[in-house]
Design a protein around this ligand. Structure first.
Ligand code: ZN
Length: 195
């Protein structure tokens, strides 16, 4: 994969990868981009390899925490780092839908990622996220909220064939997304193969 991409594509990819999550409530994606704007890792939240989605709990609340997903799910940030297709992710930035939790903040810091770009900080009042902010701030990781110019983006595949298109996706971008979607599918296939 040698495509160099801009911010908007990184967002689209983290969104598209999130849609592969089996989590019925929270579908979160993460996309890691290196300083040359090359995508080097994509992930979404899911059960660990070998832990069948159908037999693991997906609920958020239960009398016993053992019956919730909390103790089992690998978050998108962790999977994106582990799925990296480069030697490391030092000095990269990560695009995430939700501000990282404290466990993912540790992964971000230890992996050498230098910037977190998030869309929503809706859990900022929770202890895990207050701790996360503290960790990231102390470690000198830049965190900034993404302000989308549009709330809706359409990927226009007809642009590949040069047909008239009115959406924002250019033919080059569409070709890049098509190529990258194949990679996203490969990631999910390789995960499925190992389950
Ligand atoms: Zn997390």
């Amino acid at each position: 994969m040698t495509t160099y991409l801009g911010t908007s594509i990184s967002w689209r990819l983290q969104f598209l990868s999130a849609q592969r999550s089996k989590d019925p409530r929270t579908q979160v994606g993460a996309c890691i981009v290196n300083p040359e704007n090359k995508i080097v890792g994509i992930g979404y939240n899911g059960m660990p390899i070998g832990c069948n989605d159908d037999i693991m709990p997906w609920g958020r609340n239960a009398d016993d925490i053992l019956d919730t997903k909390q103790l089992y799910v690998c978050h998108a940030e962790l999977n994106a780092v582990l799925n990296k297709n480069s030697a490391d992710v030092k000095n990269c930035r990560i695009y995430v839908a939700l501000f990282p939790c404290n466990e993912c903040a540790k992964v971000v810091i230890q992996s050498g990622i230098k910037e977190v770009i998030y869309y929503s900080d809706k859990y900022s009042h929770k202890k895990e996220f207050i701790a996360s902010r503290r960790l990231l701030d102390t470690a000198g990781i830049t965190c900034r909220q993404y302000q989308p110019e549009r709330r809706r983006v359409v990927i226009d595949f007809s642009a590949i064939e040069g047909r008239d298109h009115s959406e924002s996706t250019s033919p080059a971008e569409t070709a890049a997304v098509t190529e990258l979607l194949q990679d996203v599918n490969k990631v999910s296939l390789s995960v499925a193969d190992r389950v």
